[in-house]
Design a protein. Structure first.
Ligand code: MN
Length: 313
């Protein structure tokens, strides 16, 4: 359900490593885009913020109405060097991939696909669902140790949940408040969905991590600064705790991790290290070599665009 990274999201250039900041608040607006018939708000990557830990892409989709003619319908496309993490608040999406996986995802469940050297997938309407579609798709950059490895797919129907003051948290990835998600993480990482009720909530944080908040619904007060839906609040590294206040119900994601030390180059659906890798992946997908396999989807395959001249590395 996520669209490809383009020059609008971040300037072309060479591969970059995470630019870590001290524990200050840095708020950036998402860019709106259409992915198929669905409106998305892209919070990562942005010019001012490329990564948070190994989190390197965040699309907030909808809420949008699903009808017979308007739904998520993303045909087969490839990925390299990343995990896709899909989390729905409303609706349902059918996943097909080149490993042979066929999985409907629903709210409260997590899909995590590992691309490694190469995978392809489609994200489709189930055909029977009517109502709202609302969710996020995140990408996590894989480290050198696993990014050339095999593809994989995980579906987690149950995730740990905790009540913490005025918030109810679901642990998507990593460990939060002593509870650990079963989802794969190749680098130290955390991802938490939280529904906040009116009041103040104090969260413990891992000080070695950098963190960010992505507000999905409502608005929060972060150390005196309002953060509304569609905004990413980067929190920097070195915090042991965080105080959040809301006047009414809000929902957000906490994303964090050890700053990702490897310089990455993102283009289209690929997370790479240099231009030659992007060109090879583009060429092999378009030539339909066995690298990316095939996807049992009724939708048309999406060809890779030409690699722009300005992409270096
Ligand atoms: Mn995809």
């Amino acid at each position: 359900m996520s669209g490809p990274v383009s020059t609008i999201d971040a300037p072309l250039g060479t591969a970059e490593a995470s630019r870590v900041a001290p524990p200050e608040v840095e708020i950036s607006a998402a860019r709106e885009a259409m992915v198929g018939a669905i409106r998305v708000r892209r919070s990562l990557p942005r010019r001012e913020r490329r990564t948070v830990g190994a989190w390197c892409f965040a699309d907030h989709m909808g809420p949008a109405s699903v009808t017979e003619t308007a739904s998520v319908d993303i045909g087969p496309h490839p990925h390299t060097g990343l995990h896709t993490v899909t989390w729905l608040l409303e609706g349902e999406v059918l996943h097909h991939d080149s490993l042979g996986s066929e999985q409907v995802i629903r709210p409260g469940q997590l899909n995590l696909m590992t691309a490694g050297h190469g995978v392809a997938h489609s994200e489709e309407a189930t055909g029977t669902y009517r109502g709202h579609l609302h969710g996020v798709q995140l990408w996590v950059a894989q480290p050198e140790a696993t990014r050339h490895g095999p593809a994989a797919f995980e579906h987690h129907p149950e995730l740990p949940r905790i009540q913490l003051g005025h918030s109810e948290a679901t642990i998507l990835v990593g460990t939060f408040c002593g509870r650990t998600s079963p989802a794969r993480a190749d680098t130290p990482l955390v991802g938490v969905d939280a529904v906040l009720q009116a009041g103040t909530t104090d969260w413990p944080l891992e000080a070695q991590f950098e963190h960010a908040l992505l507000v999905l619904e409502g608005a929060i007060d972060l150390e005196g600064q309002p953060v509304e839906a569609g905004h990413l609040a980067y929190l920097g590294q070195g915090r042991q705790a965080l105080a959040l206040r809301t006047d009414s119900q809000a929902q957000l994601l906490l994303l964090g991790g050890e700053p990702f030390a490897e310089p990455i180059l993102m283009w289209w659906n690929f997370v790479a290290r240099n231009r030659a890798e992007v060109e090879a992946a583009t060429r092999e997908w378009n030539a339909q070599t066995p690298r990316f396999g095939s996807v049992a989807s009724p939708l048309a395959r999406i060809p890779a665009p030409q690699v722009p001249a300005g992409l270096r590395g």
